[in-house]
Design a protein around this ligand. Structure first.
Ligand SMILES: Cc1cc2nc3c(=O)[nH]c(=O)nc-3n(C[C@H](O)[C@H](O)[C@H](O)COP(=O)(O)O)c2cc1C
Length: 192
């Protein structure tokens, strides 16, 4: 495959698509929600989840002060909500009231879980490190919310029933295609 090789920062855009999610927070009764595309699982034991948040975001100080956040995974049908959470600021509005966001009760932290999410993690902040123009915030996962009926027997998300929202960068979103799901037994690659 012939590739163009460049040191141009503008080409640093090839890590998409990523799952577009929404981080929620509650700082002393003031709630907020922001879109995040840069996030991932960091450890299974203990369960740790990382999110990359620019210190410029209103959400950033809210997370640090409340020491907790929830990350909410939404279906493709809700990309409008994700885009809204990623283009408005809690510094000038109450996004929960403005966008009429439905809430589920958290059990371990104060941050609300979005009613539209098919899954969410409640996290307690254990680490915050500024790296370049973003901060890598790591939370210990204290509770997992999941719509059980959307999982297959093996615990994997049933893509016939839910299409996770994916983000391509800029203002572009896409989804998953359940007809592409394949099972590959890793055993066949192992050398004994
Ligand atoms: C799809 C999408 C993904 C985003 N991902 C991130 C991200 O991973 N980290 C980040 O700091 N900002 C991200 N943003 C930008 C913030 O969501 C945006 O600046 C938001 O308005 C901040 O809200 P706040 O001011 O209420 O904190 C993303 C925006 C969109 C639309």
């Amino acid at each position: 495959m012939l590739k163009v090789v460049t040191e141009d920062q503008g080409a640093f855009y090839q890590h998409y698509p990523r799952v577009a999610s929404v981080v929620t927070v509650n700082n002393g009764g003031r709630k907020n929600a922001m879109a995040v595309a840069w996030h991932c699982c960091v450890s299974f034991e203990p369960p740790l989840y990382g999110i990359s948040v620019s210190p410029k975001r209103y959400t950033y100080s809210m997370i640090l002060e409340s020491k907790a956040f929830a990350i909410n995974f939404l279906p493709y049908e809700k990309i409008d909500v994700i885009a809204a959470m990623g283009s408005t600021s809690g510094s000038v509005m109450d996004k929960f009231a403005e966008f009429d966001l439905a809430e589920d009760q958290p059990i371990k932290i104060d941050a609300p879980v979005l009613g539209d999410a098919y899954a969410a993690y409640e996290c307690a902040v254990i680490e915050n490190k500024i790296l370049g123009d973003h901060a890598w915030i790591i939370g210990k996962v204290l509770a997992v919310h999941v719509a059980q009926e959307l999982l297959k027997d093996d615990g994997v998300l049933n893509l016939d029933l839910v299409s996770p929202a994916l983000y391509m960068g800029g203002d572009i979103y896409c989804s998953t295609d359940s007809t592409t799901v394949r099972y590959i037994d890793r055993e066949k690659f192992r050398r004994h």
